[in-house]
Design a protein around this ligand. Structure first.
Ligand code: HEM
Ligand code: HEM
Length: 230
């Protein structure tokens, strides 16, 4: 029987999480924490709130694209399974996969992405009824901006709930079951898994650049908003 390199090095830690996915995650942590911190720090921090929000928006867009164009374990096709798989996994009928997301983690990627896109997307049209507004405020009526601001406020609580659940889940897997997920999401490597050949870094840079340019052009094209409410 021929022993393939994959079998031969079955227990050596193999690269599972590509570097663009890891940079995405830890940058997202900073951008989201920054968005909340700059909101609670006060109105004079609004410019930084906006900047952190733009970073979160670009990151959410990148992750969406990476779900189709990224390496194996980053692709939606490799980890998204139906509700049946999620229920089976929760009932303990499926073991934790040696590589990639488990079915519950996979579903949470989509929920996180939806909530992040809504949060950063609505922020573009939001206003604080004092002096600050997102760059696309001038494109919608005051009533629409107010409705989107309401969604921005409401979804911020959803996002916090998701983050708390995320940290609790990671705490359970790492603290109780000792799966070393944080370490793997930092180094990219997992033992006993079949690795990926390349991180496709150049492609990731092209995608992020395109998203940044598109956002910058849209902001430049938006009408100057008069946001003085007094
Ligand atoms: C993930 C990204 C973001 C997060 C987590 C976030 C979070 C928040 C939070 C917690 C508030 C306060 C809501 C409240 O009053 O209870 C807020 C307000 C606001 N945000 Fe964001 N935000 C994000 C992105 C953005 C972006 C991209 C913009 C626009 C460039 C923006 C513009 C605003 C504005 C204008 C307000 C004031 C609305 C108000 O006072 O109710 N946000 N944001
Ligand atoms: C603002 C806070 C956070 C947000 C919004 C967030 C979001 C996410 C998202 C979207 C994923 C899926 C990654 C993918 O796209 O495939 C993920 C995975 C992960 N996150 Fe976070 N995260 C946050 C904080 C943290 C923190 C503080 C830690 C560690 C202490 C952490 C550890 C992990 C790990 C280990 C995974 C991979 C789980 C697995 O192996 O399936 N996250 N996170």
């Amino acid at each position: 029987m021929t022993v393939t390199p994959a079998q031969d090095s079955a227990n050596a830690p193999a690269l599972v999480w590509d570097w663009p996915l890891r940079v995405f995650h830890w940058s997202l942590v900073l951008a989201v924490a920054g968005s909340f911190a700059t909101h609670y720090a006060g109105i004079e921090w609004f410019d930084w709130h906006r900047r952190c929000g733009y970073v979160a928006l670009v990151l959410a867009g990148f992750r969406l694209a990476w779900g189709f164009a990224g390496p194996r374990y980053s692709r939606f096709q490799s980890f998204l399974r139906g509700p049946r798989a999620v229920i089976d996994y929760l009932r303990g009928r499926q073991p934790y996969p040696s590589a990639g997301h488990n079915p519950v983690g996979a579903a949470s990627v989509l929920v996180f992405l939806a909530s992040l896109s809504i949060q950063a997307g609505t922020g573009l049209f939001a206003n604080d009824e004092i002096a600050n507004a997102g760059p696309f405020y001038g494109w919608v009526t005051q009533a629409t901006s107010n409705r989107l601001t309401g969604l921005h406020d409401f979804n911020a609580s959803i996002l916090i709930a998701l983050i708390v659940m995320h940290l609790a889940a990671i705490g359970w897997y790492d603290g109780v079951r000792r799966l070393g997920l944080v370490r793997a999401f930092w180094t990219g490597r997992k033992a006993g898994a079949e690795g990926i050949g390349s991180s496709r870094g150049a492609l990731a840079i092209v995608i992020v650049t395109a998203l940044v340019v598109a956002l910058a052009l849209a902001i430049r094209a938006a009408p100057e908003a008069s946001v003085s409410f007094f």
